[in-house]
Design a protein around this ligand. Structure first.
Ligand SMILES: [Zn+2]
Length: 174
């Protein structure tokens, strides 16, 4: 059965590790898995903080017909067109598993996440704890002056619950 899945969570929730484990799981069942990343990223692998790492490719415009499972990490950086492309891939028993963030460091929904929320069949949260109070985190606080939307240095982010994020970022919620 074809299905388009989205797993979202904050930084450090283990999304990349889940993506890599999914690839192993399906490859052990002799399914052809394609690991991909948004074209806007100049990255050729998926790595997790736990030390796992697999090669990946920029999401191809023509996905080979032999591919059974598409796994996409950093899915928040997908364009609308790429999300529609993934949606259209999910036919004839082929499924896609996307992993990514819901919102950026200012609490704004990512373009990729927005269209995946609209088009995915199944949306699940990978929960993780607030770094300060241990409630469930829902935001990614960026401990840096870098204002670029795309910044892949994972060490500058802190997963925070709403209350802890609000205390640091009150001005975002006026
Ligand atoms: Zn908190």
């Amino acid at each position: 059965m074809s299905k388009f899945y989205f797993f979202f969570g904050t930084m450090g929730a283990g999304k990349s590790a889940y993506a890599i484990n999914k690839a192993y799981e399906f490859r052990e069942r002799n399914l052809e898995v394609l690991l991909a990343l948004p074209k806007s990223l100049d990255v050729k692998f998926i790595d997790s903080r736990s030390g796992l790492r697999l090669d990946a490719v920029p999401l191809p415009e023509n996905i080979p017909s032999t591919v059974d499972i598409l796994i996409v990490d950093e899915a928040q950086f997908l364009s609308k067109e790429e999300v529609i492309h993934i949606r259209n891939f999910c036919t004839n028993g082929r499924s896609a598993f996307c992993y990514g963030l819901r919102t950026d460091f200012q609490g704004n929904i990512f373009e990729g996440a927005k269209y995946i929320f609209a088009l995915a069949d199944s949306i699940r949260e990978i929960p993780s704890m607030c770094k300060i109070c241990r409630k469930k985190s829902i935001f990614n606080f960026r401990n840096s002056d870098n204002k670029n939307t795309i910044c892949l240095d994972k060490n500058i982010y802190e997963p925070l619950c709403f209350d802890c994020f609000y205390r640091k970022q009150k001005d975002l919620f006026k």
